[in-house]
Design a protein around this ligand. Structure first.
Ligand SMILES: C[S@@+](CC[C@H](N)C(=O)[O-])C[C@H]1O[C@@H](n2cnc3c(N)ncnc32)[C@H](O)[C@@H]1O
Length: 633
């Protein structure tokens, strides 16, 4: 008997600690001569809001600007998201989001509300082909001032800089841009979530390296090869007709991708069994076999309907010629009793009888449910780039409205692999919104309630482009219109009862005056001059969005407006949050609100009737609705 030995060595605490740090900061793990090690310089960088110097040799991809990219990702933002009701569809009820703005800032704003909540991220970033625009993150105040003074106020236009392959920082700028965004995006993934990144040969190798750092090498899942075209006649040496979708998980041990249900050839299951319908259709296979594995016990007679016996190879008696049954006597008996075996007349067998067993689609040959699917393969074929231009034509009656869109079916296929009922898909380089259309298509087929979040910078369309001539001034205008049109089409064609709407939010400077963030920089006289710390052009809808973001509530929650004692109150997700930004908040109003016991309530600091009312409202809510957390802005 072998006994399990006591492990008398104490645990390897250093390794355990390295694993703990790796879980929080996978990018800080590197290799040393003794194995895994922590890159202390990089860890220091993660804990600092200015660039930390250090230049030891180590195994990793370096580029000028990498440290700034970490700082850029970690710095907080004071920007906000403002709802745009007029561009939205079914604003109050939809759970889909369309966010206009630079994705770096947007990802920062989503950090609390969507922390560990996104099951699937799909992105199709600029591939850095030498012709792409790269958004310049570290835009200095001086540059901003210069542009304002020269009358060039279009911030987005000026920050989107072409990145030609002749530029000195060609790869570095692209890497910095991707590094900070992927780092922020990782936080949003659920434990069983994954990111899917479209990329081609220009930056594939570099992307893999930074993803190894950001997600941890062990969380690499696959590199899908997508055949996007059938030929490339203008190629010089090799016609490149493929690109890639790189997949990394948040935590590989929790990842459970769906299986490919259509992977098997179901056509051969030709017969139906009316007594055992639940087993599904079936086909016949011979029970005898003439190859290796002869054993006397497998060479026995099976009774035939005419009272005779059938032996393997159509014999009428035992012959010891190598032929045998595939099943032993006991299993055969079970098979006969349970409808798995049929003895049929056969012209090809000497005895006139053949013995067959049935192979069902849904159960194995012991009657247990059968796994019919298998993992998806790493090749995507049959979906071509040209399909995307046909889609544009289908929706807009002409091609050329979007540049470089992905075919909806490509993303639809990825959704089938990585998402299920109620999952959220985030696409923060959403372009013409093909991933939103893919979500609608998938939902319309399986009736799931997947939701999407699209993020797209309002990149102005070229004034010579067809899109511009058709009246679309920015890519966001194209994206939103595409979703409206695709939704209409899918609704007409499928009649599916799914969420066709979307809420639009636009990135903007904070709703609050500067004094809100830096009161120490103002003296009392100046402070008094700010009767209200909210900027005058901001609406209560704007404030509500900011409160939801600050309180970490998803922006897709249902919003209702109700009237309580003549004041407008926003009721978010039943009693999750009440918000009232009207003036004259007093004790009577607080009593009324307390009846509903909201979990959170927010007022404007300047909204109370007077200072006494402010103190009393707080006390009253504490007494009457102790669960309520009250805040002011
Ligand atoms: C290759 S396209 C995506 C195409 C999209 N998958 C489709 O099917 O239409 C990349 C998009 O990312 C956008 N983009 C680039 N930098 C961005 C940034 N910093 N924030 C948000 N969007 C950005 C570009 O404007 C462009 O529309």
């Amino acid at each position: 008997m072998s006994l399990e030995k006591l492990d008398l060595a104490s645990p390897d605490l250093v390794n355990e600690n390295i694993e703990k740090i790796a879980a929080l900061f996978p990018n800080c793990v590197t290799e040393s001569s003794k194995g895994k090690a922590i890159d202390f310089d990089l860890l220091k960088q993660e804990l600092s809001d200015s660039v930390v110097e250090g230049n030891k040799e180590r195994y990793r991809l370096e580029w000028p600007g990498k440290r700034e990219a970490i700082v850029t990702a970690n710095l907080p933002t004071t920007k906000t998201l403002r709802p745009v009701r007029e561009d939205s569809v079914d604003f109050d009820n939809t759970e889909n989001l369309y966010i206009e703005g630079d994705n770096l800032e947007v990802l920062k704003l989503l950090q609390e509300s969507y922390l560990n909540k996104i099951k699937m991220i799909y992105i199709d970033p600029p591939y850095n082909t030498g012709k792409d625009f790269i958004y310049k993150d570290n835009f200095s105040k001086d540059e901003e001032k210069e542009l304002l003074e020269s009358g060039q106020t279009d911030e987005y236009k000026n920050r989107l800089i072409t990145n030609p392959d002749t530029a000195g920082r060609y790869h570095s700028d692209w890497l910095s841009m991707m590094y900070s965004r992927l780092k922020l995006a990782r936080n949003l993934l659920t434990q069983d979530g994954a990111v899917f990144v479209s990329i081609d040969e220009n930056e594939n190798h570099n992307l893999r390296k930074i993803c190894d750092e950001i997600f941890g090498e062990r969380n690499f899942v696959a590199e899908l090869i997508w055949q996007k075209k059938t030929g490339s006649s203008d190629a010089k040496n090799i016609a490149t007709i493929t690109e890639y979708v790189i997949i990394y998980s948040k935590e590989i041990t929790s990842l459970a991708f769906n299986q490919d249900e259509d992977a098997h050839d179901n056509a051969r299951y030709k017969y139906k069994d009316e007594y055992y319908e639940e087993r599904g259709p079936f086909y016949y296979d011979n029970l005898d076999r003439g190859t290796l594995g002869y054993h006397e016990s497998l060479d026995y007679g099976i009774p035939t309907p005419n009272g005779g016996l059938a032996f393997p190879n159509g014999r009428t008696k035992k012959l010891n010629d190598g032929w045998r049954w595939k099943w032993g006597k006991k299993k055969l008996e079970w098979g006969l009793n349970n409808g798995f075996i049929e003895v049929q007349e056969s012209s090809s067998k000497d005895c006139g009888w053949g013995v067959y067993y049935k192979i069902y689609l849904n159960v194995d040959n012991e009657g247990n449910p059968k796994k019919r699917s298998s993992p998806y393969k790493n090749i995507i074929q049959g979906i071509l780039n040209t399909h995307a231009s046909n889609e544009a034509k289908d929706l807009f009656n002409r091609t050329g409205i979007f540049s470089n869109p992905k075919p909806t079916n490509l993303i639809y296929n990825l959704l089938k692999i990585g998402s299920n009922e109620n999952d959220i898909l985030l696409d923060f380089f959403s372009g013409s919104a093909s991933s939103a259309q893919a979500v609608l298509k998938a939902n319309s087929e399986d009736n799931f309630r997947r939701k999407y979040i699209q993020v797209q910078i309002p990149e102005p369309t070229d004034d010579k482009s067809d899109a511009f001539k058709e009246g679309y001034n920015s890519i966001c205008e194209i994206g939103k219109e595409r979703i409206r049109r695709a939704a209409k089409k899918i609704k007409e064609e499928t009649k599916a009862d799914i969420d066709y709407g979307f809420r639009v939010y636009r990135l903007d400077e904070s709703n609050m005056q500067d004094v809100y963030y830096k009161p120490q920089e103002y003296d009392q006289g100046q402070l008094d001059a700010f009767a209200d710390n909210v900027k005058p052009d901001r609406t209560s809808d704007d404030l509500l969005a900011q409160v939801m973001i600050d309180w970490g509530l998803p922006l897709s929650l249902k919003i209702e407006r109700i009237d309580i004692k003549g004041k407008e109150v926003f009721k978010v997700a039943e009693n999750s949050l009440y918000a009232c930004f009207d003036k004259g908040i007093d004790e009577e109003f607080a009593k009324e609100i307390a009846n509903d016991s909201p979990l959170r309530i927010v007022f404007k600091d300047s909204g109370f009737k007077n200072d006494t009312a402010k103190t009393n409202v707080k006390q009253l809510l504490k007494q009457l609705s102790p669960e309520t957390e009250m805040k002011v802005i």
